[in-house]
Design a protein around this ligand. Structure first.
Ligand code: AMP
Length: 218
């Protein structure tokens, strides 16, 4: 792995349950920094849409709010890591095994844990809409588009993700508690974890992420 000259961006994980606001915060960070967004959920949805072998395998887990098996996800991430600095991991790692593999591949600077309650997660996700063309995120309660069902940026149709139905949201939250929450202690013990209250205004959450990022990278 070769680090391109001048790339001094951090490697950062956004950790949090469904609806914590990882995607929203990732959008803001990318406006500010030359950081590469690696969102495993987005990559998997793209594979499902294209009907690839990986997409076909992943779909049945995603539809049930379960995790896609580690080896499939790790393999997919590994292929995309072409340098050593400047990654924003969003939705990855989600298990201890994924975290251990990531440790072998790259040095992390910070894990920002965005914390929210299950009831708030259900409320937010049921109102989430995504642009089918550019992927921009909306929320019918907090951040509606100017014209209902249409993306402000590109005019694409907005849709609701299949796994944003209340039953699946609850299953995803349980999966988070069982499989991903152990990462909180895992990264705390490594001295990498910073906890952020995800129920604050998105701008406030973002200011806190920027501030802990500043502290951890100097
Ligand atoms: P997300 O967009 O991050 O909420 O992910 C949507 C779905 O994709 C999850 O509910 C999982 O089924 C699957 N997924 C995304 N990232 C991972 C991962 N790191 N490990 C396993 N499954 C994942």
């Amino acid at each position: 792995m070769v680090t391109p000259a001048g790339n001094n961006e951090p490697n950062l994980v956004l950790l949090g349950g469904p609806g914590a606001g990882k995607g929203t915060q990732a959008e803001k960070l990318m406006e500010d920094r030359k950081i590469q967004h690696l969102a495993t959920g987005d990559i998997l949805r793209d594979e499902v849409d294209k009907g690839t072998e990986l997409g076909l395998k992943a779909k049945k887990y995603m539809d049930e709010g379960e995790l896609v098996p580690d080896e499939l996800v790790v393999n997919m991430v590994e292929k995309r890591l072409t340098k050593q600095k400047g990654y924003l991991f969003d939705g990855f790692p989600r298990t201890i095994d994924q975290a251990k593999t990531l440790d072998e591949l790259i040095n992390l600077d910070l894990v920002a844990y965005i914390k929210i309650d299950k009831s708030e997660a259900v409320r937010r996700l049921a109102a989430r809409r995504v642009c089918s063309e550019c992927g921009k995120l909306y929320n019918t309660i907090f951040k509606p588009p100017e014209t209902e069902g249409v993306c402000d940026e590109c005019g694409g149709d907005l849709y609701q993700r299949d796994d944003d139905r209340p039953k699946v949201i609850r299953d995803r939250f349980e999966t988070f508690l069982e499989e991903t929450a152990p990462l909180i202690d895992f990264y705390r013990e490594k001295g990498l974890l910073q906890e952020i209250d995800g129920e604050q205004e998105p701008e406030k959450v973002y200011r806190e992420i920027k501030s802990v990022l500043q502290e951890s990278t100097g």
